[in-house]
Every structure is written in C-alpha cells, then in structure tokens.
Design a protein around this ligand. Structure first.
Ligand SMILES: *Cc1c(COP(=O)(O)O)cnc(C)c1O
Length: 502
C-alpha cells in the first residue's frame, strides 16, 4: 500500500516515509492510495481478540511495510504494561436507550490522544529506521491542550527523538498547563505562546518551511517529524477503536453482526471523526457519523452548507480541545471525496490561506451528506447535558463528551433515529474538574470564580463518590519545570535554543 499527497497526486511513498516525514514536502497530507476492504468474517475474527491484537490486525492493513509481528509488538508495548486503567483499553459502557459511551481516556494522560500517542513513538522510530535515516527526529507539536501532554508522555526519553510542545497560553485549562509544565524527560521542551491554538499551529507549520531552521537542522543532523494529527501515524491507530467498539457491542449481544451503528464524535481538528470515516469506508457497518462541535462551529456550518469560513469570532469554551477554527484533517476527507483530485484541494486550501474561506461543489457535498450529521452547542448547554446524564444515568462525563451527548440528543430528537449509537468519550471528567463540578453541583453559576482545580477535584470526588485518576490528583503542589511565554514570532528562535543549535 502506497501513500499519496492531498496536494500532489503524483507522490508515492510507503507508509514508513509518510510517518517519518509527517507532512508531504508539497504541504499536503499523506493519505493511503486506496482503502483496504474488510468483510464480516474479519470483524468476527476481531471480536474474539483483545485490543492489542485488534490493533495489529487493523494497522497491518495500512502499514504494509511493517510485519504483523512488529505491529503487535508495538501495540503490546503501547497499550499493555499497566499503562491503561482498563483491561479493555477502550471500554464501551451502556447508558440505556441504545446509547453507548466509548471511553478513550483510560491511558496515562487521561485523554483520547493517548490511544494514538502511546503507539506513535514506536511507529515513528521504526519508520525512520526503515527509510534509512539516522537523524535526530525533532517532533514539534502545537496543542490545544491534550495532544501536548500525551505526546510528551509518549516520546519522553525515546532515543533519537526530541520533542517540543507549543500551547496557547490562555487557551488551555490550568490542569492541562500543569500537566505539561511538570513533564519529565531529558528530551522534552514546552513553551506557552501568546495567541490561540491556530496561532500556535500556524507557527509550527511556518517553522517546517523556515529556511534558516532547515540550514541549522542540516548542519546538526536533525530532521522534523510531526506528532500532530496531520501525521498518518496518529490517525491510523484511531481507526482501531471504532472497530473495537463495534466488536464489543457484538460481544455484549447489543447488535447482530452486520447491524449498522452511529458514532458521535466531539470534533476539533477532525482527526478522531476522520478515523471513524475510514472505518466506515473499510466496510464497518455505519449508519451516521455525527460531528459534534462547541461554539466554534465552523465544521457544523461547513457540513451543512459546503462553505468553510474561518472568518468568525473565536470562542474560548469549557471544551478547549475543540476550540479550533482550522480543522486540518478535513483536507484528507475532501481529497478522498473529490476522487483524489489534488488540483481541487490546492484550489480550496489556496483560498483558505488567502481569504480564510472556500466552497466545495455539490458533488462533494452529496457524498458528505450521505454519511455525516452535524450539530453544536454552547457551554451552558454542555453543562446542562453533563448534569442531566449524571442525574438520569449516574454517569459522569467531561465537557468534550458533554458536547457530543448534547449534539447526539439533538440529532435523536430531530430525526427519531434510534440506531445504536456510540458516543466517543474523549477525556476524563477530572481533567476539567471546575467546569464539570459547575455542571453537576452549581448549575453553571461557578463560572470564572474557581481557579483552584485541585480543590475542584476534591469537591467533585465528594459530590460523585468517584475517585480522580492518580495521574491528575498527584500533580498538586508540583513545581512547574517550564514557565516561558513567547510571541508567535519567537517560535523559531525557541526551537533552536531548546535544541542548543543555531
Ligand atoms: C483532541 C480532542 C478532541 C478533538 O479531537 P480531533 O481529533 O481534534 O477532532 C476532543 N476532545 C478531547 C478531550 C480532545 O483532547
């Protein structure tokens, strides 16, 4: 299986090169040239396996320059060894009325990013070996909060790698900040950027093509890699848990083999839901993919109208990992749905770069509307939903998952569709304790008055009888290791300083 670029259809590289490079030299994203197809027997086989074997099966369909045994070894190292707090790794729980929640936050940093970022370091270092590169891999990450910590944790002290994380200083929660600022490891660096997530992400993209940095890297045996969800090695492990959820529903007797299900996914950069789309395109029986957004509803509007317009107010919400106005992975979907037409993708994303806006044709929209549904809600609605689920179902969810539930209920009320639906739960509620506490205990009146997140954790534990993950509660009182705050223009200097070159 070879990979091509969304901006240059002539590109042909094996998966190892796609993963090692992260982004194609033409600025496009790598996508597989075709989508592997599975049948019912394949799903039946998966259903009898544990998560690690399910992962090896799915990954080996896409990463054909890796052996099955290699992939199984990485999956066992990534998801085994007591790093996940559930033996199922990504457990599915029934909430009644054909609604199921897929908990993707049982990993070391309590957010769904662990599902990919625990295995990416193995895929990335092996990919570099396979393409014959012995350069130090410098991983630059722009994060709206959860990616940064998960990437730092995944790559810490991995030989041959350095990892630098940039986050918007006012765009992540205190807990997320502290998680990153206290990161251990000899090869890590963390910097806060004045601006929002898009500023941090655009700054990182600019560094990738900066000539003086390239020069310093060449002289010092360094090369860039990406751990953002634009890297195919981030995306492909995420396909696994959609299959896994389907298998678990079959094993529970909740569905019969071949039954279609819905997925509702709280969406920011469009990576998680794109993985669901790949699963469906491979033949996993899917009815609708419901894309849930917060007040930054650029995707809701796009999926409804075909007009992507980032020229709008940016909101800082209580679901910060979805506070994004440029959803990078949408480019992959559009390329696929436009029949691998790189010229059209160049035109759309040229318009986006120039005017912050593009419009796709009715052919593409027809394909989008064939599978996607969309909706959004604001913070107040999110908190109401968290409170309702806690009262009615005795289930505590985080703010991102709250958005997903709200949009799912909207969808269900609008359509009457009672197809079994899996809601992707993307973070532990204790990762956003003040907002969740506000939702279940103070009916939304706590807003902005509650900065001590550890006091919030304790109150939340008391109010719910649920214990916080120790990875979070043990951060209390820890001295931050990284405290620098920089302007976007300083980012390339920060990179060279952290690496001690140039
Ligand atoms: C990253 C993240 C999301 C959004 O996922 P995308 O792949 O960017 O769409 C949702 N919820 C949480 C908690 C996240 O960390």
């Amino acid at each position: 299986m070879m990979y091509t670029s969304t901006r240059d259809g002539k590109v042909r590289v094996p998966s190892a090169a796609a993963i090692a490079n992260g982004i194609s030299p033409d600025g496009g994203l790598y996508v597989p040239q075709s989508i592997p197809q599975i049948d019912r027997a394949f799903i039946k086989k998966l259903a009898a396996m544990d998560y690690e074997h399910r992962a090896a099966e799915i990954l080996s369909l896409y990463l054909t320059d890796f052996s099955y045994d290699e992939l199984l070894d990485y999956a066992c190292k990534a998801y085994g060894g007591g790093k996940f707090s559930s033996k199922d790794r990504a457990p599915v729980r029934s909430l009644g009325e054909n609604a199921y929640v897929l908990e993707l936050w049982r990993g070391p940093t309590c957010a769904f990013k662990d599902m990919a970022l625990q295995i990416l370091p193995f895929l990335l270092t092996a990919s570099c070996r396979k393409i014959g590169s012995d350069k130090t891999r410098v991983i630059l990450v722009a994060t709206s909060g959860d990616t940064g910590k998960a990437a730092l944790e995944g790559f810490r002290d991995v030989p041959g790698t350095r990892i630098l994380v940039f986050y918007p200083c006012d765009g992540v929660s205190n807990m997320q900040k502290l998680q990153m600022a206290t990161q251990e490891g000899a090869n890590v660096g963390v910097a806060a950027i004045r601006g929002n997530f898009d500023d941090a992400q655009n700054g990182v993209k600019a560094i990738f093509t900066n000539a003086s940095i390239k020069d310093a890297f060449d002289k010092n045996g360094c090369a860039f890699s990406s751990a953002n969800s634009i890297n195919w090695g981030r995306l492909v492990p995420q396909i696994v848990y959609y299959f896994s959820a389907y298998c678990d529903l079959m094993n529970k007797g909740a569905i019969e083999p071949g039954d279609k299900i819905n997925f509702t996914v709280p969406t920011g950069n469009f990576g998680d839901i794109l993985a669901a789309w790949y699963a469906a395109a491979m033949g996993l029986p899917v009815n609708r993919l419901i894309c849930a957004s917060n007040a930054n509803n650029v995707l809701t509007d796009f999926l409804e109208t075909g007009v992507y317009d980032r020229n709008r107010r940016f909101y800082t919400t209580c679901s910060p990992s979805m506070d994004i106005l440029i959803s990078s992975n949408l480019e992959r979907l559009l390329f696929m749905l436009a029949g691998y037409d790189d010229a059209r993708v160049r035109e759309w994303f040229g318009c986006l770069a120039e005017n912050g806006k593009y419009t796709v044709g009715t052919d593409v929209m027809k394909r989008i509307n064939g599978v996607f549904e969309q909706g959004y809600c604001d913070d107040k609605q999110t908190k109401n939903t968290i409170s309702r689920i806690f009262r009615e179902r005795n289930y505590l969810c985080d703010t991102h998952t709250g958005v997903a539930f709200n949009v799912y209920y909207q969808y269900r009320a609008r359509t009457g569709d009672s197809t079994p639906t899996v809601i992707a739960s993307t973070a532990s509620p204790f990762k956003f304790p003040a907002a969740v506490l506000d939702a279940i205990k103070y009916a939304g009146t706590l807003e902005g008055t509650y900065d001590d997140e550890f006091a919030a954790i304790r109150q939340l534990e008391q109010a719910t009888g649920i214990s916080a993950p120790v990875q979070l509660s043990s951060l209390e009182g820890r001295e931050p290791r990284f405290t620098g705050v920089y302007d976007r223009e300083e980012m390339s200097r920060v990179v060279l300083d952290m690496l001690g070159i140039g």
